[in-house]
Design a binder for this molecule. Sequence first.
Ligand SMILES: [Zn+2]
Length: 611
Amino acid sequence: MKKLLTLVIVISSSIALSQNNTSYWQQHVDYTMDVDVDVENYQYKGTQLLVYTNNSPDVLKEVFYHLYYNAFQPGSEMDERLKAVIDPDARMTTNIGTEDNPIWESRIAKLKPNEVGYLNVLSLIQNGKEVKYFTEGTVMKVALNKPIKPGGKAIFEMTFEGQLPVHIRRAGRNNRDGVALSMAQWYPKMAEYDFEGWHAHPYIAREFYGVWGNFDVTIHIDRDYTIGSTGYLQNPQEIGHGYADHTKKLNIKKGKKLSWHFVAPNVHDFTWAADPKYVHDIRKTASGTDLHFFYKNTYKYKKAWKEVQQYTEKALNYFNEEIGPYPYKQYSVIQGGDGGMEYAMCTLIAGGEKLNSLRGTVFHELAHSWFQQVLANNENKHSWMDEGFASYFSGLVSNEIFNDGINKPLAGNYDIYYYAVKNGLNEPLTTQADRFDTNTAFVIGSYTKGRMFLNQLNYIIGEKNVQKTLKKYYSDFKFKHPTPNDLKRTAEKVSGIQLDWYLNEWIETTHTIDYAIAKVKDNSITLARLGQMPMPLDVTVTYTDGTTEDFNIPLRMMWRSKPTTAVVLKNWPWTNPSYTFNTTKTVRSVTIDPLEYMADIDKNNNYFIKK
Ligand SMILES: [Zn+2]
């Protein structure tokens, strides 16, 4: 009986395995961490219990951890890249030349031993036995004692110590706004293993990709410090600091430190910041999500940080409506960064003394709660999917709330992209984030060209279909790791239009768009494709009698045109450099793409008027 049962299990698990090979899976982590902070020396010691579940169809013989703070040491890969790149991040360098002739010096190269960052693993046990590990820069490789089988679990028990570096980028001590501890990327973090294999990329500049799971984190820190973080505080009555329920009894223990206990379910990172002079405001919203704000208690910041709170709620409502409900009960806007960076259930952002400088960053980072924190695309490989989409939505919400005067919010302003094309700064968006030749190319590619992917999708499949696509994309792929193809397939399923060509041309190549009006004679119009990238065309024609008519020319490979009130003409195969159609009346003028959705690099030839 037992033998038969074993056989049945073997057969059924091999069926499950073969199914695994063709279907989606993702790894799972359960972290329990306890960390004791020495605020005088910016050092901390911790323990980490990690239950790792291998949901992959593969037997794992090794695992990798990120040790991000090792990047903030002279000679690190981050330091070397900073010195080598021609346009280094100004936040990470000091200009030792003049304003006209700048010479950028790496701030990392100048860090003294008590100012560097480090993350050292002191001991590691797998399933009760010590295990071998070694570190190269910011990545640690563990040769497992016992391989982890498909569906199996391993328990890792670790002790570690860290030093928070002087604030260079994203995390650090005493940032420019004077925030004491910005604790992003602070713990040994299991790298992600997915259908493409290990993503144990070193910390060079950007960005992150984590394993979905649950965090239970206890932080012991001097009692005057207020913490803002990922996760829900479990013991508010023992803490106070703006968290306690004042209708209930406080139970704050005596002693030098308080122990903060946080739980964060279903996230892929855990971030926190702490300062003895934080103001902590909570805004309860109708959607059920509490918005927390942590900022320095100074005249300089207070006004803008109070004002931004109602707009953060409005933006939350807008994103809930346009993308899908934010799935956590809490979101925190924490002063603690250098610019802004998205984390699970929170953001670390720089001061912002005026509402107008603060709100844009808050909207962008809040939009990231959907695009990367819940739709957890690999930021290192496909940064355009989160940076571009967060930029797209922060632009829309800004226009919605403040009526920024953008009369074409969906078409946007493409000037930065045209600048990149003209100056040879256009690289394919399949380039990994750290490997763009220049920081400028990364920024324009990920933020601008990424946003333009959606701008132009509105033009290709129609605005309503884009709205539906983004909602379906969120509901189908939340708490997963969507890929560019997942997004493309969603748009195809919603619109019935085939889009392989669009993902390929716009994301995987540096092809550009240039259409022109080649010839107009009486009632005959000839259009030409001068650029390599094909696009469907919206064309508006004005006749000599003063009337106008709209036309739409789909690409043959789309297999359908977008919903439109325009006259849909015969499709245009991409192979054909030109296309002629006839109108019923004599033509006076012709305009290609009158709403300017399309990133046509030469607009001069998009308009014709009979002289
Ligand atoms: Zn961003």
